[in-house]
Write a protein that binds this ligand. Structure first.
Ligand SMILES: [Zn+2]
Length: 500
Protein backbone atom coordinates (compact mmCIF):
# COMPACT_ATOMS: atom_id res chain seq x y z
CA UNK A 1 0.00 0.00 0.00
CA UNK A 2 1.41 3.35 -1.01
CA UNK A 3 0.89 5.91 1.60
CA UNK A 4 2.04 9.43 1.31
CA UNK A 5 3.25 10.34 4.71
CA UNK A 6 2.38 13.88 5.44
CA UNK A 7 3.26 15.68 8.55
CA UNK A 8 -0.36 15.46 9.41
CA UNK A 9 -0.28 11.68 9.30
CA UNK A 10 2.84 11.57 11.38
CA UNK A 11 1.40 13.84 13.99
CA UNK A 12 -1.78 11.83 13.72
CA UNK A 13 -0.02 8.56 14.35
CA UNK A 14 1.84 10.01 17.26
CA UNK A 15 -1.30 11.30 18.83
CA UNK A 16 -3.40 8.25 17.99
CA UNK A 17 -0.99 6.15 19.94
CA UNK A 18 -1.01 8.50 22.77
CA UNK A 19 -3.58 6.43 24.58
CA UNK A 20 -2.68 2.96 23.40
CA UNK A 21 -0.23 0.26 24.23
CA UNK A 22 2.12 1.61 21.58
CA UNK A 23 4.47 2.90 24.20
CA UNK A 24 5.13 -0.65 25.29
CA UNK A 25 5.83 -1.67 21.70
CA UNK A 26 3.03 -4.16 22.03
CA UNK A 27 1.98 -3.47 18.47
CA UNK A 28 5.45 -3.34 17.04
CA UNK A 29 6.95 -6.37 15.35
CA UNK A 30 5.23 -9.42 13.96
CA UNK A 31 1.80 -9.00 15.36
CA UNK A 32 -0.77 -10.07 12.80
CA UNK A 33 -2.64 -7.29 11.04
CA UNK A 34 -6.12 -6.70 12.37
CA UNK A 35 -7.61 -4.68 9.56
CA UNK A 36 -11.14 -3.59 10.07
CA UNK A 37 -13.21 -0.54 9.36
CA UNK A 38 -11.41 1.57 11.81
CA UNK A 39 -7.86 0.31 11.88
CA UNK A 40 -5.20 -0.87 9.49
CA UNK A 41 -1.63 -2.03 9.76
CA UNK A 42 0.94 -0.20 7.74
CA UNK A 43 4.70 0.02 7.72
CA UNK A 44 5.63 3.56 8.60
CA UNK A 45 9.14 4.91 8.27
CA UNK A 46 9.36 8.25 9.89
CA UNK A 47 12.91 8.21 11.12
CA UNK A 48 13.53 11.54 9.45
CA UNK A 49 10.87 13.14 11.56
CA UNK A 50 12.21 14.48 14.78
CA UNK A 51 10.53 15.96 17.78
CA UNK A 52 11.72 19.30 16.49
CA UNK A 53 9.72 19.07 13.29
CA UNK A 54 6.61 18.17 15.22
CA UNK A 55 7.21 21.10 17.51
CA UNK A 56 7.62 23.32 14.44
CA UNK A 57 4.40 21.98 13.03
CA UNK A 58 2.65 22.73 16.25
CA UNK A 59 4.14 26.19 16.38
CA UNK A 60 2.64 26.72 12.94
CA UNK A 61 -0.56 25.41 14.43
CA UNK A 62 -0.38 28.05 17.08
CA UNK A 63 0.24 30.67 14.42
CA UNK A 64 -2.68 29.62 12.31
CA UNK A 65 -4.83 29.92 15.39
CA UNK A 66 -3.80 33.58 15.40
CA UNK A 67 -1.65 33.14 18.44
CA UNK A 68 0.88 35.48 16.84
CA UNK A 69 -1.51 38.39 17.34
CA UNK A 70 0.27 39.29 20.51
CA UNK A 71 3.40 37.21 20.93
CA UNK A 72 4.40 38.89 24.15
CA UNK A 73 1.31 37.53 25.87
CA UNK A 74 1.61 33.97 24.61
CA UNK A 75 3.57 31.11 26.05
CA UNK A 76 6.84 30.33 24.28
CA UNK A 77 6.54 26.62 24.96
CA UNK A 78 3.33 26.20 23.03
CA UNK A 79 3.85 22.48 22.56
CA UNK A 80 5.22 19.62 24.56
CA UNK A 81 7.82 17.19 23.28
CA UNK A 82 6.29 14.16 21.64
CA UNK A 83 7.98 10.78 21.71
CA UNK A 84 9.75 10.13 18.43
CA UNK A 85 8.39 7.46 16.14
CA UNK A 86 11.15 5.70 14.27
CA UNK A 87 10.82 3.01 11.63
CA UNK A 88 8.24 0.91 13.38
CA UNK A 89 5.32 -1.15 12.29
CA UNK A 90 2.42 0.63 13.90
CA UNK A 91 -1.29 0.28 14.07
CA UNK A 92 -2.98 3.29 12.53
CA UNK A 93 -6.35 4.22 13.83
CA UNK A 94 -8.77 6.28 11.80
CA UNK A 95 -9.21 8.48 14.83
CA UNK A 96 -8.46 12.10 14.03
CA UNK A 97 -4.96 13.30 14.78
CA UNK A 98 -6.23 16.09 16.90
CA UNK A 99 -9.31 16.34 19.04
CA UNK A 100 -12.21 18.33 17.70
CA UNK A 101 -13.44 18.97 21.23
CA UNK A 102 -11.49 19.49 24.43
CA UNK A 103 -12.77 19.35 27.99
CA UNK A 104 -10.66 20.48 30.92
CA UNK A 105 -11.97 19.50 34.34
CA UNK A 106 -10.53 21.01 37.49
CA UNK A 107 -11.04 19.62 40.96
CA UNK A 108 -10.41 22.74 43.04
CA UNK A 109 -8.05 21.84 45.85
CA UNK A 110 -8.11 18.17 44.81
CA UNK A 111 -4.57 17.10 45.68
CA UNK A 112 -3.49 13.44 45.56
CA UNK A 113 -4.70 12.83 49.12
CA UNK A 114 -8.24 13.62 48.00
CA UNK A 115 -8.33 11.13 45.14
CA UNK A 116 -6.69 8.54 47.39
CA UNK A 117 -9.10 9.16 50.24
CA UNK A 118 -11.93 8.95 47.73
CA UNK A 119 -10.76 5.46 46.69
CA UNK A 120 -11.02 4.17 50.26
CA UNK A 121 -14.23 6.11 50.86
CA UNK A 122 -15.74 4.29 47.84
CA UNK A 123 -14.24 0.90 48.68
CA UNK A 124 -16.77 -1.85 49.19
CA UNK A 125 -15.69 -3.42 52.49
CA UNK A 126 -17.53 -6.64 51.60
CA UNK A 127 -15.05 -7.44 48.84
CA UNK A 128 -11.40 -8.23 49.31
CA UNK A 129 -10.18 -6.02 46.50
CA UNK A 130 -10.09 -2.24 46.65
CA UNK A 131 -12.04 -1.08 43.64
CA UNK A 132 -10.54 1.35 41.13
CA UNK A 133 -12.03 4.80 40.85
CA UNK A 134 -12.36 6.92 37.74
CA UNK A 135 -9.24 8.74 38.92
CA UNK A 136 -7.20 5.52 39.02
CA UNK A 137 -8.49 4.66 35.57
CA UNK A 138 -7.58 7.96 33.92
CA UNK A 139 -4.29 8.87 35.67
CA UNK A 140 -1.50 9.86 33.25
CA UNK A 141 0.82 12.31 35.02
CA UNK A 142 1.54 15.02 37.55
CA UNK A 143 1.74 18.79 37.45
CA UNK A 144 3.51 21.42 39.51
CA UNK A 145 1.34 24.37 40.50
CA UNK A 146 3.65 27.10 41.83
CA UNK A 147 2.68 30.67 40.91
CA UNK A 148 4.99 33.45 39.62
CA UNK A 149 8.02 33.94 41.93
CA UNK A 150 6.46 37.08 43.38
CA UNK A 151 3.96 34.80 45.14
CA UNK A 152 6.35 32.05 46.28
CA UNK A 153 5.64 28.34 45.92
CA UNK A 154 2.08 28.06 47.21
CA UNK A 155 -0.52 29.02 44.63
CA UNK A 156 -4.06 30.25 45.00
CA UNK A 157 -6.86 29.27 42.64
CA UNK A 158 -6.56 32.46 40.59
CA UNK A 159 -2.87 32.11 39.71
CA UNK A 160 -3.30 28.42 39.04
CA UNK A 161 -6.36 28.93 36.85
CA UNK A 162 -4.46 31.65 35.00
CA UNK A 163 -1.69 29.12 34.32
CA UNK A 164 -4.22 26.51 33.14
CA UNK A 165 -6.12 28.99 30.97
CA UNK A 166 -3.22 30.98 29.46
CA UNK A 167 0.02 29.02 29.88
CA UNK A 168 1.55 31.78 31.97
CA UNK A 169 2.50 32.07 35.62
CA UNK A 170 1.14 35.07 37.43
CA UNK A 171 0.70 36.35 40.97
CA UNK A 172 -1.80 34.96 43.48
CA UNK A 173 -5.09 36.74 42.88
CA UNK A 174 -4.50 37.36 39.15
CA UNK A 175 -7.34 36.57 36.76
CA UNK A 176 -5.58 35.94 33.44
CA UNK A 177 -3.39 39.01 33.67
CA UNK A 178 0.41 39.13 33.86
CA UNK A 179 2.58 40.65 36.59
CA UNK A 180 1.97 44.09 35.05
CA UNK A 181 -1.78 43.39 35.08
CA UNK A 182 -2.01 43.24 31.29
CA UNK A 183 -4.42 40.64 29.85
CA UNK A 184 -3.04 37.24 28.87
CA UNK A 185 -4.70 35.42 25.97
CA UNK A 186 -6.79 32.51 27.20
CA UNK A 187 -7.41 29.18 25.50
CA UNK A 188 -11.09 30.15 25.35
CA UNK A 189 -10.23 33.29 23.35
CA UNK A 190 -8.04 31.29 20.97
CA UNK A 191 -10.84 28.73 20.60
CA UNK A 192 -13.35 31.46 19.74
CA UNK A 193 -10.99 32.80 17.06
CA UNK A 194 -11.03 29.47 15.25
CA UNK A 195 -14.80 29.04 15.48
CA UNK A 196 -15.11 26.77 18.48
CA UNK A 197 -17.91 27.02 21.01
CA UNK A 198 -16.86 27.57 24.62
CA UNK A 199 -18.41 27.00 28.00
CA UNK A 200 -17.96 26.65 31.73
CA UNK A 201 -19.92 24.56 34.23
CA UNK A 202 -19.04 24.91 37.91
CA UNK A 203 -20.44 24.33 41.38
CA UNK A 204 -19.33 27.70 42.80
CA UNK A 205 -20.44 31.12 41.56
CA UNK A 206 -19.65 31.30 37.82
CA UNK A 207 -17.42 34.33 38.38
CA UNK A 208 -15.23 32.69 41.04
CA UNK A 209 -11.48 32.50 40.43
CA UNK A 210 -11.22 29.34 38.32
CA UNK A 211 -13.97 29.99 35.75
CA UNK A 212 -13.06 33.70 35.84
CA UNK A 213 -9.55 33.00 34.55
CA UNK A 214 -11.06 31.16 31.57
CA UNK A 215 -13.61 33.84 30.67
CA UNK A 216 -12.29 37.19 31.90
CA UNK A 217 -9.29 39.29 32.81
CA UNK A 218 -8.99 41.15 36.06
CA UNK A 219 -6.26 42.31 38.35
CA UNK A 220 -7.96 40.72 41.34
CA UNK A 221 -10.19 37.72 41.83
CA UNK A 222 -12.38 39.52 44.35
CA UNK A 223 -13.65 42.03 41.77
CA UNK A 224 -16.65 39.76 41.27
CA UNK A 225 -18.95 42.31 39.64
CA UNK A 226 -16.31 43.49 37.15
CA UNK A 227 -15.55 39.86 36.33
CA UNK A 228 -19.24 39.12 35.76
CA UNK A 229 -19.43 42.15 33.45
CA UNK A 230 -16.36 40.87 31.65
CA UNK A 231 -18.20 37.67 30.75
CA UNK A 232 -20.23 39.63 28.18
CA UNK A 233 -17.08 40.04 26.10
CA UNK A 234 -16.15 36.35 26.42
CA UNK A 235 -18.95 35.35 24.04
CA UNK A 236 -19.02 32.00 25.90
CA UNK A 237 -21.89 29.80 24.73
CA UNK A 238 -22.59 28.08 28.03
CA UNK A 239 -22.16 29.58 31.51
CA UNK A 240 -23.61 27.38 34.26
CA UNK A 241 -23.19 27.51 38.04
CA UNK A 242 -24.11 29.84 40.89
CA UNK A 243 -23.67 33.57 41.45
CA UNK A 244 -27.00 35.39 40.98
CA UNK A 245 -25.98 38.10 43.44
CA UNK A 246 -23.22 39.36 41.14
CA UNK A 247 -25.44 39.82 38.08
CA UNK A 248 -27.58 42.96 38.27
CA UNK A 249 -30.79 43.25 36.28
CA UNK A 250 -29.03 45.71 33.98
CA UNK A 251 -26.23 43.25 33.35
CA UNK A 252 -28.67 40.39 32.81
CA UNK A 253 -30.54 42.40 30.19
CA UNK A 254 -27.24 42.96 28.38
CA UNK A 255 -26.75 39.18 28.33
CA UNK A 256 -30.30 38.70 27.04
CA UNK A 257 -29.69 41.33 24.35
CA UNK A 258 -26.68 39.30 23.24
CA UNK A 259 -28.89 36.27 22.75
CA UNK A 260 -28.41 34.51 26.08
CA UNK A 261 -31.25 32.57 27.64
CA UNK A 262 -31.11 33.40 31.34
CA UNK A 263 -32.37 30.73 33.76
CA UNK A 264 -32.29 30.41 37.53
CA UNK A 265 -34.06 27.09 38.21
CA UNK A 266 -32.47 23.71 37.66
CA UNK A 267 -35.70 22.40 36.16
CA UNK A 268 -35.46 25.03 33.38
CA UNK A 269 -32.41 23.23 31.99
CA UNK A 270 -34.68 20.75 30.20
CA UNK A 271 -36.16 23.58 28.17
CA UNK A 272 -32.77 24.76 26.96
CA UNK A 273 -32.09 23.03 23.68
CA UNK A 274 -29.50 25.31 22.15
CA UNK A 275 -26.86 27.88 23.16
CA UNK A 276 -26.42 30.49 24.44
CA UNK A 277 -27.31 30.05 28.06
CA UNK A 278 -26.48 31.81 31.31
CA UNK A 279 -27.73 29.55 34.10
CA UNK A 280 -27.33 30.90 37.63
CA UNK A 281 -28.87 28.40 40.04
CA UNK A 282 -27.91 29.89 43.40
CA UNK A 283 -27.19 33.25 44.97
CA UNK A 284 -23.54 32.29 45.43
CA UNK A 285 -22.43 28.63 45.31
CA UNK A 286 -24.56 25.54 44.61
CA UNK A 287 -25.63 23.57 47.71
CA UNK A 288 -23.23 21.07 49.24
CA UNK A 289 -23.78 17.66 47.66
CA UNK A 290 -24.44 16.28 51.17
CA UNK A 291 -27.37 18.72 51.57
CA UNK A 292 -28.76 18.32 48.10
CA UNK A 293 -31.84 16.11 47.93
CA UNK A 294 -31.76 15.89 44.14
CA UNK A 295 -27.99 15.60 43.94
CA UNK A 296 -26.09 15.25 40.68
CA UNK A 297 -26.04 18.98 40.02
CA UNK A 298 -22.53 19.21 38.56
CA UNK A 299 -22.89 16.06 36.48
CA UNK A 300 -26.23 17.33 35.15
CA UNK A 301 -24.68 20.68 34.25
CA UNK A 302 -21.83 18.84 32.57
CA UNK A 303 -24.19 16.64 30.55
CA UNK A 304 -26.20 19.68 29.43
CA UNK A 305 -23.02 21.57 28.50
CA UNK A 306 -21.88 18.67 26.29
CA UNK A 307 -25.30 18.49 24.67
CA UNK A 308 -25.35 22.22 23.87
CA UNK A 309 -21.72 22.75 22.92
CA UNK A 310 -21.50 19.68 20.66
CA UNK A 311 -24.06 21.32 18.36
CA UNK A 312 -21.21 23.46 17.04
CA UNK A 313 -19.76 21.61 14.05
CA UNK A 314 -16.34 23.19 14.50
CA UNK A 315 -15.98 21.71 17.98
CA UNK A 316 -15.84 23.15 21.47
CA UNK A 317 -13.87 23.71 24.64
CA UNK A 318 -15.56 23.18 27.98
CA UNK A 319 -14.18 23.82 31.45
CA UNK A 320 -15.87 21.96 34.31
CA UNK A 321 -14.90 22.66 37.91
CA UNK A 322 -15.65 20.67 41.04
CA UNK A 323 -15.31 23.94 42.90
CA UNK A 324 -16.46 23.08 46.39
CA UNK A 325 -13.91 20.35 47.11
CA UNK A 326 -11.60 23.25 47.95
CA UNK A 327 -14.17 24.98 50.15
CA UNK A 328 -14.64 21.80 52.18
CA UNK A 329 -10.85 21.50 52.40
CA UNK A 330 -10.53 25.03 53.78
CA UNK A 331 -13.00 24.04 56.51
CA UNK A 332 -11.09 20.79 57.11
CA UNK A 333 -14.39 18.98 56.54
CA UNK A 334 -13.73 15.44 55.29
CA UNK A 335 -17.40 14.44 55.07
CA UNK A 336 -18.31 17.38 52.83
CA UNK A 337 -15.11 16.97 50.82
CA UNK A 338 -15.95 13.33 50.01
CA UNK A 339 -19.47 14.35 48.99
CA UNK A 340 -18.08 16.96 46.58
CA UNK A 341 -15.46 14.49 45.30
CA UNK A 342 -18.22 11.99 44.59
CA UNK A 343 -20.16 14.40 42.41
CA UNK A 344 -17.01 15.61 40.65
CA UNK A 345 -16.26 11.93 39.91
CA UNK A 346 -19.80 11.60 38.51
CA UNK A 347 -19.15 14.57 36.23
CA UNK A 348 -15.85 13.04 35.10
CA UNK A 349 -17.68 9.81 34.28
CA UNK A 350 -20.21 11.73 32.18
CA UNK A 351 -17.32 13.21 30.19
CA UNK A 352 -15.47 9.91 30.05
CA UNK A 353 -18.50 8.27 28.50
CA UNK A 354 -18.78 11.09 25.95
CA UNK A 355 -15.07 10.67 25.09
CA UNK A 356 -15.31 6.85 24.82
CA UNK A 357 -18.36 6.98 22.54
CA UNK A 358 -16.49 9.00 19.93
CA UNK A 359 -12.89 9.43 18.87
CA UNK A 360 -12.71 13.19 18.51
CA UNK A 361 -12.70 14.48 22.08
CA UNK A 362 -9.87 14.98 24.54
CA UNK A 363 -10.53 15.18 28.26
CA UNK A 364 -7.93 16.43 30.74
CA UNK A 365 -8.64 16.42 34.46
CA UNK A 366 -6.42 18.03 37.06
CA UNK A 367 -6.46 20.08 40.25
CA UNK A 368 -5.32 23.64 40.69
CA UNK A 369 -3.61 22.92 44.04
CA UNK A 370 -4.00 21.05 47.32
CA UNK A 371 -6.18 22.31 50.13
CA UNK A 372 -5.95 21.70 53.86
CA UNK A 373 -2.97 19.35 53.89
CA UNK A 374 -5.37 16.43 54.11
CA UNK A 375 -3.81 13.39 55.78
CA UNK A 376 -5.32 9.91 55.38
CA UNK A 377 -4.46 8.64 58.86
CA UNK A 378 -3.15 10.73 61.74
CA UNK A 379 -1.76 10.80 65.29
CA UNK A 380 0.75 8.01 64.65
CA UNK A 381 -1.99 5.45 64.08
CA UNK A 382 -2.04 3.28 60.97
CA UNK A 383 -5.78 3.66 60.55
CA UNK A 384 -8.21 5.51 58.30
CA UNK A 385 -11.84 4.60 58.69
CA UNK A 386 -14.15 6.41 56.28
CA UNK A 387 -17.12 4.02 56.65
CA UNK A 388 -19.03 6.31 59.01
CA UNK A 389 -18.96 9.09 56.41
CA UNK A 390 -21.54 7.21 54.36
CA UNK A 391 -24.10 7.45 57.17
CA UNK A 392 -24.01 11.22 57.56
CA UNK A 393 -27.36 12.66 56.43
CA UNK A 394 -26.38 16.32 55.94
CA UNK A 395 -23.25 18.44 55.77
CA UNK A 396 -21.71 19.14 59.19
CA UNK A 397 -22.25 22.85 58.49
CA UNK A 398 -25.98 22.33 58.01
CA UNK A 399 -26.13 19.98 61.01
CA UNK A 400 -24.55 22.68 63.17
CA UNK A 401 -26.98 25.32 61.88
CA UNK A 402 -29.92 23.08 62.69
CA UNK A 403 -28.67 22.02 66.13
CA UNK A 404 -28.19 25.55 67.46
CA UNK A 405 -31.89 26.16 66.70
CA UNK A 406 -33.51 23.10 68.31
CA UNK A 407 -33.91 22.09 71.98
CA UNK A 408 -33.66 18.34 71.74
CA UNK A 409 -30.44 18.60 69.80
CA UNK A 410 -28.73 15.42 71.09
CA UNK A 411 -31.28 13.09 69.53
CA UNK A 412 -31.28 15.09 66.30
CA UNK A 413 -27.49 14.97 66.20
CA UNK A 414 -27.50 11.17 66.42
CA UNK A 415 -30.03 11.00 63.59
CA UNK A 416 -28.13 13.32 61.28
CA UNK A 417 -24.61 12.10 62.02
CA UNK A 418 -25.60 8.44 61.69
CA UNK A 419 -24.16 7.09 64.94
CA UNK A 420 -24.85 7.21 68.70
CA UNK A 421 -22.61 9.89 70.15
CA UNK A 422 -20.78 9.00 73.36
CA UNK A 423 -21.31 10.91 76.60
CA UNK A 424 -17.95 12.64 76.12
CA UNK A 425 -18.79 13.61 72.56
CA UNK A 426 -22.15 15.04 73.63
CA UNK A 427 -20.46 17.01 76.41
CA UNK A 428 -17.94 18.56 74.01
CA UNK A 429 -20.73 19.36 71.53
CA UNK A 430 -22.77 20.97 74.30
CA UNK A 431 -19.87 23.20 75.34
CA UNK A 432 -19.29 24.22 71.70
CA UNK A 433 -22.99 24.78 71.04
CA UNK A 434 -23.11 27.36 73.82
CA UNK A 435 -20.47 29.36 71.92
CA UNK A 436 -22.55 29.38 68.75
CA UNK A 437 -22.90 27.68 65.39
CA UNK A 438 -19.30 28.11 64.22
CA UNK A 439 -17.88 26.44 67.30
CA UNK A 440 -20.45 23.68 67.07
CA UNK A 441 -19.49 23.10 63.43
CA UNK A 442 -15.82 22.83 64.43
CA UNK A 443 -16.71 20.45 67.23
CA UNK A 444 -18.65 18.17 64.85
CA UNK A 445 -15.71 18.18 62.43
CA UNK A 446 -13.37 17.28 65.29
CA UNK A 447 -15.50 14.28 66.25
CA UNK A 448 -15.57 13.09 62.62
CA UNK A 449 -11.79 13.53 62.31
CA UNK A 450 -11.20 11.54 65.50
CA UNK A 451 -13.57 8.75 64.48
CA UNK A 452 -12.14 8.48 60.95
CA UNK A 453 -8.56 9.34 62.05
CA UNK A 454 -8.31 12.10 59.44
CA UNK A 455 -5.58 14.76 59.74
CA UNK A 456 -5.13 18.29 58.40
CA UNK A 457 -2.12 20.59 58.44
CA UNK A 458 -3.63 23.86 57.22
CA UNK A 459 -6.84 25.76 56.60
CA UNK A 460 -5.21 27.08 53.43
CA UNK A 461 -3.46 25.62 50.40
CA UNK A 462 -0.37 23.41 50.30
CA UNK A 463 2.14 23.18 47.46
CA UNK A 464 2.51 19.50 46.60
CA UNK A 465 2.07 18.56 42.95
CA UNK A 466 -1.31 17.52 41.65
CA UNK A 467 -2.32 14.69 39.38
CA UNK A 468 -3.24 14.85 35.72
CA UNK A 469 -5.81 12.51 34.22
CA UNK A 470 -6.62 12.28 30.52
CA UNK A 471 -8.33 10.26 27.79
CA UNK A 472 -8.98 10.66 24.08
CA UNK A 473 -6.83 11.82 21.18
CA UNK A 474 -3.78 13.73 22.42
CA UNK A 475 -4.04 12.41 25.96
CA UNK A 476 -0.53 10.95 25.89
CA UNK A 477 0.85 14.50 25.68
CA UNK A 478 -0.06 14.89 29.33
CA UNK A 479 1.89 11.92 30.69
CA UNK A 480 4.76 12.24 33.15
CA UNK A 481 5.65 15.40 34.99
CA UNK A 482 4.67 18.78 33.63
CA UNK A 483 4.08 22.26 34.89
CA UNK A 484 0.50 23.48 35.04
CA UNK A 485 1.32 26.09 32.36
CA UNK A 486 2.16 23.22 30.00
CA UNK A 487 -1.34 21.79 30.36
CA UNK A 488 -2.55 24.99 28.72
CA UNK A 489 0.16 25.12 26.05
CA UNK A 490 -0.38 21.47 25.12
CA UNK A 491 -4.10 22.03 24.77
CA UNK A 492 -3.48 25.21 22.76
CA UNK A 493 -1.23 23.23 20.41
CA UNK A 494 -4.17 20.90 19.75
CA UNK A 495 -6.51 23.66 18.65
CA UNK A 496 -7.83 23.28 15.10
CA UNK A 497 -6.41 24.77 11.89
CA UNK A 498 -3.07 23.48 13.06
CA UNK A 499 -2.04 21.97 9.74
CA UNK A 500 -3.97 24.07 7.27
ZN1 LIG B 1 -8.83 27.38 48.02
Amino acid sequence: MQIKITLSLILGITLCFSNSSFANNALVGNEAPQADQTTQQIQVHVSSVSDTSIIEASNQAAKSANIEDDPARLPANIVAPITNVASKKVKVSSAPSKPKNMIIMIGDGMGPAYTTAYRYFKDNPDTEEIEQTVFDRLLVGMASTYPAPASGYVTDSAASATALATGFKSYNGAISVDLDKRPLTTIMELAKKVGLATGVAVSCQVNHATPAAFLAHNEHRRNYVQIAEGYLASDADVILGGGQKYFSDALLSEFTAKGYQHITEFEQLDGITEPKVLGLFADVQLPWVLDDQDGYKLSTLTKKSLELLSQNEQGFILMVEGSLIDWAGHSNDIATAMGEMDEFANAIEVVEQFVRERNDTLMVVTADHNTGGLSIGAHGEYVWNPTMLHNIKASPQTISEELVAVDNWQERFNQLIGFEATTEELASLDAARMQGQKQLYKSILHIIDIRTNTGWTSVGHTASDVQVFAAGPGSRLFSGHQDNTEIATKMMSLLPKALN
